[in-house]
Design a protein around this ligand. Sequence first.
Ligand code: XMP
Length: 528
Amino acid sequence: MVDAGVQADSTKLADSQGPAADLVLVLDFGAQYAQLIARRIRELRVYSRIVPYDTPAEQVRNLRPKGIVLSGGPASVYEDGAPQADPAILQLGVPVLGICYGMQWMAHVLGGRTGPAAVREYGRTRLWVEQDSALFDGLERRLLCWMSHGDAVLDLPPGFETIARTDHSPHAAIQDRRRRLYGVQFHPEVSHTPWGVDVLRNFVFEVCGCAPTWTMRSFVEEATERVRGQVGGGRVLCALSGGVDSSAAAALVHRAVGDQLTCVFVDHGFLRKGEAEQVVRTFRDHFRVPLVHVDARRRFLERLQAVTDPEEKRRRIGEEFIRVFEEVAARMGPVDFLVQGTLYPDVIESGTRTAARIKTHHNVGGLPEGMRFQLVEPFRELFKDEVREVARQLGLPDELVWRHPFPGPGLAIRVLGEVTEERLEILREADSILLEEVRRAGLWRELWQVFCVLLPVRTVGVAGDSRTYGYACAVRAVTSEDGMTADWARLPHELLETVAARITREVPAITRVVYDVTSKPPATIEWE
Ligand code: XMP
């Protein structure tokens, strides 16, 4: 992902202070949604963070977790090369909850037997609870859970008993009460297991004995301390995009190290209409840190000349970004750190060691080899709504807190095909009409994102008595909780009609407007 010289992985915990509140660690075996587990636990007001599956037991012990959750993952535990955690974590005396692969791994290393299930279970599945367990305290005996597995625990390890079964999983939930080791085959972290949060709650409070004392304010305090610890007396640059993530990151780092921080706003020319001016204005009004405003529009456009491949666009933009920063830094004297507002979904979608890569998000995987900064990424574990809460805690203005996500490569990945100034301008005009109408309709906060995409397709139209031949433009509006999955928004037809009429009237280069009715998955939110 990032070259060895860069400490981009904030899951390397050796130098962190360890939070004051109770901590539940999630060992990530490569589940796409491993962070959902951590997030659900944080929602219970207990601090939770994710670490790689192979974190040594010694390091885990030093973090003094009150509980450990082993995530699911795509591998089969009995196959060569399957991810293996340090078995000593099961002997720390800390309660463990294994989920899916996590449970299979635990059973495997403790002397049970895991193998292919006779019948694979996917989706909603009936579950019977047959044994008392702290994990199922207060729950019905017959439940519907969400399954997604091809392997199963076939024989229990010594000391374990079965809590629950399904038609095809004789050991769908297991426990060794004495050692406080628990396993569930289903996924309590997903919303399709609506009572799953009760299982997590029981684990965290009943089994681990955590106290619900953690809040986003504690996160702000701890993250501030962590940044202070990481940065020391170093000089820090912040890549400010104007979005809520980088603005909150800048505010947090400023809180931590004051004027060791300089913010840099690179106008790469792929921003929306009036956005560059707005970023500078908002920033000057709300921050008191020096801002370097770099107009790099020409060089970015040159780097993208004749490039049509989406991944290549992202790579070049990411690389150029860092080059610009290095130049700014060189002029400023020694700079040691670069702050980025990277969020957890950016990390997971760019592919971790264990999760599959969907696309390269430019502030993560697009970083070039040989980068000279160390990264400071205080929100690498958080989801968007969590960062909005951090931003609110830090006193950022509402318009910033509620800004929709905007991808780092900006309009360059919304002008499909080659990016030219002319096409960017067409897209900017269409997009600003759409945003204006959505705001006017009072729908802004209900949407995760809404934007136009300029298609590399010309279509025939008619204006007055003459034939026209112009671009097609797609409107995309989605609702989402965290950007990892999304549903297309059911915008009112009248709104769509107004938008289409205004765009085709006010942007003559566009003859046709279409509405994207695809969810994620199978599509992604952005078109490239
Ligand atoms: P996709 O298109 O992958 O997008 O469904 C998920 C969310 O991420 C945003 N996105 C990006 N953000 N750099 C970013 O900072 C990127 O390269 C990038 N690509 C997509 C996208 O707008 C959506 O909110």
